[in-house]
Design a protein around this ligand. Structure first.
Ligand SMILES: Nc1ncnc2c1ncn2[C@@H]1O[C@H](COP(=O)(O)OP(=O)(O)OP(=O)(O)O)[C@@H](O)[C@H]1O
Length: 577
């Protein structure tokens, strides 16, 4: 399988050692029935106790040796499969981090979690099995067939007929299993997506009293998983006993033929017993081989899903030129864009504007008008369908996305905090930032006051997602993180929406005093936030509805005037009356 081929080089030595021990163990196992036949025919039947003891001792010694080989291959198999699993998870996680936004949208986070957990576990299990039983079973089966044939070519006619039937059964079971297991994986994706959704929205579920509805939805996907798993298990449930039955029929036939041959003096009892013993070994090996095939088809489905992620082009390969110099001017030139996984309606239509270093642009518009989309395109998470975005006149498609992102500091609409201290969260975008920069960032974001009230100040721990903070506190730490990065472009995407008007005004005035001043995007729905900016871009259903200063827009843009009247103007008028 392709996936194993990629990792084989690293583990080939340990792998071959494990397989070597499996081989030795199998050889010892194969010796046993022949030794037994000799104990019966040369020892018991002739009444030679010393021969029985001698051969019995040999058999015992061989068993102990086999056990030693088994322990060694177990140790090696565990080590190789665990290391392989660790490396695979790391590679998969790294690739997941570099997936293009369109690719990640298409795969879905639930499916990515299944691939990182269940699918890697499946591949690990297969790697482990390969070194434990996968080689042992076919060698035992083949060795037993050869030794059985050498014992009695006549009885082996039954054996070959049986093997033919068994081969057909295994092929059939493999075909049925593969499609069924792919359905199981999809159901597992849906289950993981549901669990994630519920865990993220747990407070909302409680507030809206949606426990029952959510539980029912979970039961729905859980039931589907059970149904599909059962369908795949049913194949195994039928095929294993069918195989046992076929082989038991074979053994019965051999016993019948053997007794006939014995009565004619053509075979000894010990040989019949050894032949049956080989047949039992063939039976258990074939059952093992069926399990191997079942695991193989599951692993094939899992490894295909893992390879889909590992081989997705991602962003890592889209290296570009370096901008080199300091950023002077940014321009959107007739930029249009529709989300690949969206409804097809463009989120942006021929958007054009220019912004110089140190200037602040407020982007205002109703929800869904395309404000955040501007920043996703600038960050190169998606590519414009038409038009271009330039930095210092250079199309960003030709530039290195890593470098562009290095120059941008973003405080997103939904603040995202991580488990760690307050300081670690602020310095997350620039871990080498001096402590004074982190504290400056916290002060500018009006976060220092509440941070210092926390039990350990900047070293206070934050829990996953910052659940021990209020919405406004999370937003302020998120702004501080963006400031501490000291990017040439600062994007505050509705980043002050949870702050009270006074705190927000303080943050705005602190932002004006930053030196050197970054090129700033203030994405907002509030006119009070936008009006102090050097320029304001008004978006309406993805198109530019207005561009200018607050004063200019009040005169020239009906939508802006409407927003102003609804949020501020009418209040002022009513105060005036
Ligand atoms: N990942 C996505 N896949 C498909 N469509 C999307 C995606 N993200 C946004 N959209 C669509 O693109 C349009 C613009 O979204 P965008 O997030 O830019 O709006 P916005 O102005 O920032 O809204 P808000 O103020 O509510 O945050 C919306 O119609 C939205 O449904």
């Amino acid at each position: 399988m392709e996936l194993y081929g990629r990792y084989f080089r690293t583990y080939r030595k340990l792998f071959f050692f494990a397989v070597f021990f499996v081989f030795l163990e199998t050889m010892v196992d194969l010796l046993q029935p022949t030794l037994m036949a000799r104990i019966i025919d040369d020892g018991i039947r002739r009444g030679e106790v010393s021969r029985v003891l001698q051969l019995g001792g040999l058999m015992l010694g061989a068993t102990a040796l086999g056990a030693g080989f088994a322990a060694l291959r177990n140790i090696l198999a565990s080590r190789v499969s665990q290391r392989f699993g660790q490396e695979l998870r790391e590679d998969l996680f790294r690739q997941t981090l570099y997936l293009g936004e369109g690719e990640a949208d298409a795969l879905g986070s639930g499916s990515l979690v299944t691939r990182l957990t269940n699918d890697t576990a499946q591949c690990m299990q297969f790697a482990n099995g390969m070194m434990r039983i996968f080689f042992k079973a076919p060698i035992t089966a083949l060795g037993s067939v050869i030794l059985a044939f050498l014992l009695s070519p006549q009885l082996s006619l039954v054996l070959f007929l049986l093997l033919l039937v068994v081969g057909v059964l295994i092929t059939l079971s493999m075909r049925l299993s593969y499609t069924r297991f792919a359905w199981v994986q999809k159901a597992m994706d849906q289950l993981n997506a549901k669990v994630q959704e519920y865990l993220l929205g747990i407070r909302l579920v409680k507030t809206y009293g949606r426990h029952e509805t959510e539980r029912e939805k979970f039961e729905g996907v859980n039931g589907e998983l059970e149904k599909r798993s059962m369908a795949s298990q049913r194949v195994i449930a039928w095929f294993s006993p069918l195989l046992t039955l076929t082989l038991s029929l074979g053994i019965a036939l051999v016993l019948y033929l053997g007794s006939y041959m014995f009565s004619r003096g053509e075979i000894e009892v010990g040989k019949i017993a050894a032949y049956i013993s080989y047949m039992t070994q063939i039976l258990s090996s074939i059952i093992m081989i069926t399990n191997i095939f079942n695991t193989f088809v599951r692993t094939k489905a899992s490894s295909a899903r893992i390879l889909e992620v590992l081989d997705s082009p991602g962003e890592a390969q889209t290296k570009g030129e370096s901008l080199g110099q300091a950023l002077k001017v940014l321009a959107f030139d007739e930029v249009s864009f529709a989300y690949p996984a969206g409804s097809g309606v463009p989120a942006l239509k021929k958007v054009t504007f220019t912004l110089a270093a140190g200037e602040t642009l407020a982007v205002i518009g109703s929800t869904g008008s395309g404000k955040s989309t501007l920043s996703w395109l600038l960050l190169r998470f998606y590519e414009p369908s038409d038009g271009c975005i330039t930095l210092n006149g250079q199309d960003i498609q030709t530039l290195d996305p890593g470098e562009i992102r290095q120059r941008i500091a973003l405080a997103p609409q939904k603040p995202q905090l991580f488990s760690g201290t307050v300081r670690e969260n602020i310095a997350w975008g620039r871990p080498d930032a001096p402590a004074k920069d982190e504290e400056w960032a916290a002060r500018t974001a009006m976060a220092e006051e509440f941070i210092l009230k926390m039990p350990k100040g900047y070293d206070s721990p934050l829990r996953q997602g910052g659940v021990n903070l209020s919405g406004g506190q999370k937003q302020r730490i998120s702004i501080a993180r963006a400031l501490a990065k000291r990017g040439e472009i600062l994007i505050l995407d509705d980043a002050t929406s949870a702050l009270d008007a006074l705190t927000e005004a303080k943050v705005r005035s602190a932002l004006r005093r930053i030196f050197p001043k970054p090129m700033t995007f203030l994405i907002t729905q509030r006119v009070s936030t936008a009006m102090g900016a050097d320029r304001i871009l008004v978006l309406e259903e993805g198109s530019v509805a207005g561009w200018g200063t607050h004063g200019e827009l009040l005169k020239s843009c009906a939508i802006y005037r409407e927003l102003y009247d609804s949020q501020i103007g009418l209040e002022e008028k009513s105060y005036g009356e």
